[in-house]
Write a protein that binds this ligand. Structure first.
Ligand SMILES: [Zn+2]
Length: 364
């Protein structure tokens, strides 16, 4: 009897040690939601690849690819049904993966020649209605058009946006929501009657705060990309992974509960320390360079090891991001010969990230 109690105690403490060996609290994977006809393949991918590789958080970029009931007018063609979403949710729950849906807000309201659904249906929300979407998109262009933005001060825009957030969090049974908010180039436009002359940082922070408060009230948490909060000029990081349009001071104006997804695809730039020093939880994000993903894993572990207990918990972990359609990535996963090598490989980058995390865990 005493022996069995002893064994129980040993087993109990061993299990505690095993649990504490996870390198990070967040090992995440970010991808566009699949098309309706690839849902079963995607569910298989969750079960057979994400879960065994230790992924515990899935950021799913849904945008308008869902059959919204509250806002039927904003459905893309052939959107995901409620049943399809529930298949994904069920697969994630069975594998202890938290799923966080994303609808890109503020910026990214168009892509190349295509206006996204929000501004197509509600053109009055457009921050720059005087900028026409070209027949053939090229970058750079005279309008500085990368993507359209909605006007954060339009009196009706949040009624619509909050409906989308509420419904997508409900169907995904989500505790967190990712609002995108990256690469917002059109903000405080001098021709917008509401925003002209206003401070871009205050406008950006106002939008983040409003979204965060709405999600907080539901017991959830807001996640965003971090680029608009970094001074792109002083750091040399530039206008994409940082901000050169004067939004960076918003870092001191937004709620500390917001989770920052700090993406740097060419180098493991040490900005996660900046966000942690400001009191934010932060995730380092990679894309298609395996060596960058490996360095980000090492960097985040180094930050944790060399930080005070107050800061350690802010370094949540890492994220792999996929920017091609989900179906393309699934095809590549099944047939790696399809790899497009020259500029790097999102598939190899994902594998490098999970291997680097596993190496830390086995070395501990
Ligand atoms: Zn405006």
């Amino acid at each position: 009897m005493r022996k069995s109690i002893y064994l129980f105690i040993v087993t109990f403490f061993c299990s505690l040690v095993a649990t504490s060996q996870a390198a990070f609290s967040v090992n995440s994977f970010c991808i566009a939601a699949p098309s309706q006809d690839r849902v079963d393949d995607f569910v298989h991918f969750i079960t057979s690849e994400l879960a065994p590789n230790g992924v515990n958080t899935l950021i799913l970029r849904v945008d308008f690819n869902y059959a919204y009931e509250s806002r039927k007018e904003l459905r893309d063609d052939n959107p995901l049904s409620r049943e399809s979403v529930k298949k994904i949710v069920s697969a994630c729950q069975k594998n202890n993966i938290e799923v966080i849906p994303q609808v890109n807000l503020l910026g990214h309201q168009s892509w190349a020649e295509k206006l996204n659904k929000l501004l197509e249906v509600y053109p009055e929300f457009d921050e720059t209605p005087h900028v026409k979407i070209p027949e053939k998109y090229e970058w750079p262009n005279k309008d500085g058009l990368y993507c359209k933005s909605y006007c954060p001060l339009h009196p009706q825009v949040h009624e619509v946006v909050f409906d989308l957030i509420d419904e997508i969090m409900e169907v995904f049974e989500a505790k967190a929501f990712h609002a995108g908010l990256d690469e917002v180039f059109y903000i405080a436009d001098p021709l917008c009657p509401r925003c002209k002359g206003k401070d871009p940082a205050q406008l950006f922070a106002g939008e983040v705060t409003l979204l965060s408060q709405h999600i907080d009230k539901k017991g959830g948490r807001l996640w965003i990309w971090g680029d608009r909060l970094i001074d792109g000029a002083t750091t040399g990081i530039g206008m994409w992974e940082g901000s050169t349009n004067h939004t960076e001071k918003a870092v001191d104006m937004i709620p500390k509960s917001v989770v920052i997804c700090d993406w740097h695809y060419e180098k493991a730039i040490p900005t996660p320390a900046y966000f942690a020093l400001k009191g934010f939880d932060v995730v380092a994000c990679s894309w298609r360079k395996p060596e960058v993903a490996v360095q980000q894993v090492k960097m985040m572990q180094g930050f944790k090891q060399n930080s005070t207990p107050e800061m350690q918990d802010h370094f949540l972990g890492v994220m792999h991001t996929v920017w091609s359609p989900a179906g393309n990535f699934l095809d590549k996963y099944d047939d790696p010969k399809q790899e497009d090598g020259e500029k790097g490989s999102d598939l190899q980058c994902f594998k490098a990230m999970v291997s680097a995390v596993q190496k830390i865990e086995t070395d501990q």
